[in-house]
Design a protein around this ligand. Structure first.
Ligand code: PMV
Length: 331
């Protein structure tokens, strides 16, 4: 296939796992929401064989076949940029084209804190590169982005790429697919970034170990996770945020059991609950990362607490978020 344009832009949103993280890797239900924070990608065809990647994190590198030229950034730059290069190469190879590309990434989505930045990068790069050839199809984008995300963490459920591609609220099962959830109400959600970065791959591996050494317990926890996600689906559809908060608390206990929460996360959650939150839980892989909080919109005490986080010794930062209904956008 020939390129029909010399440049393209795409952007893809981050996400929150509202319910079912980790258990979704084992084919149980997760409930997710896309958020109004995005990774923006611009792709230009160049006249070399190189794939040059520039990220606003200060990472710049150039790939030619299996060689890498580090132009800016720390030692790990190659490991961070290589899956993104492979993501672009996958699309080029699917389209039977071997052109060099300049890829620029700009993001307002904090990375490695459970908000789906890797998936959003894969979705936006897949969409932007494919747009050089024709109008991309969302199902194709999500399928190819999942393949690329698995280069970053091999056991990925694929949930993040799906929600980033399609946006909105979603009920997702790895081997079955997804359905959109339509809520009667705009959900009132708070988000705390603890500022402590995690490796999703390592946490997924630690849960795998837990599963293998606690076979019966993991089965019971899985059953609970499934029931919680099913109830959450109904609560979101009905806009019943109080029930949703309660289910978040129950889901967090499961995440504590499988060892992905920690003292700091639990402390922040407890404070939110004493200040009147309906519920709170870690979101994403855990081990640091982020926390979601469901609370009555008129709870000013909690709002003040969240706003003050950056200045307090508790650390962390409150990030205002809304559900994004657009998904991946191509220009
Ligand atoms: O922390 P994140 O944004 O990488 O989310 C990981 C979600 C998991 O369920 C733990 C893994 C997965 O692939 O679904």
């Amino acid at each position: 296939m020939r390129v029909v344009r010399s440049s393209a832009r795409a952007s893809a949103p981050g996400k929150l796992v509202l319910f079912g993280e980790h258990f979704v890797v084992y084919n149980n239900t997760a409930v997710l929401a896309a958020i109004n924070r995005r990774v923006n990608v611009t792709v230009h065809v160049n006249n070399t064989d190189n794939i040059n990647i520039t990220s606003d994190l200060g990472l710049i590198g150039s790939f030619k076949d299996s060689r890498f030229n580090l132009l800016s950034g720390p030692q790990e730059t190659r490991a961070i940029l290589a899956p993104l290069c492979e993501c672009a190469r996958l699309v080029l190879s699917e389209r039977g084209c071997n052109r060099g590309l300049d890829i620029d990434l700009v993001s307002n989505l904090p990375e490695s804190v459970g908000l789906g930045s890797s998936a959003a990068c894969c979705v936006a790069i897949t969409a932007a590169v494919d747009a050089l050839f024709h109008k991309p199809d969302r199902y194709w984008i999500s399928e190819k982005a999942v393949e690329s995300e698995r280069l970053i963490h091999k056991d990925s459920s694929g949930a993040d790429c799906h929600i980033s591609t399609f946006g909105g609220l979603m009920y997702f099962v790895k081997n079955e697919g997804f359905k959109k959830i339509y809520s009667k109400k705009q959900l009132s959600l708070g988000l705390i970034n603890t500022g402590r970065k995690h490796s999703t791959g390592k946490l997924v591996s630690s849960v795998k170990k837990f599963k293998e050494t606690n076979v019966s317990l993991f089965k019971v926890l899985t059953l609970f996770s499934e029931i919680i996600s099913q109830k959450a689906f109904v609560a979101i559809s009905e806009g019943d945020e109080k029930t949703l908060g309660n289910l978040m608390n129950q889901n967090h206990v499961l995440l504590q059991e499988i060892g992905v929460s920690d003292k700091k996360i639990d402390e922040l959650i407890n404070i939110c609950l004493t200040k009147g939150a309906w519920g709170a839980k870690l979101t994403g892989a855990g081990g640091g990362g982020s926390i979601i909080v469901s609370f009555p919109p008129n709870n000013y005490e909690l709002k003040v607490f969240l706003d003050s986080l950056g200045k307090s010794e508790l650390g962390g930062q409150s990030i205002p978020v809304k559900v994004d209904f657009s998904g991946v956008l191509v220009a």
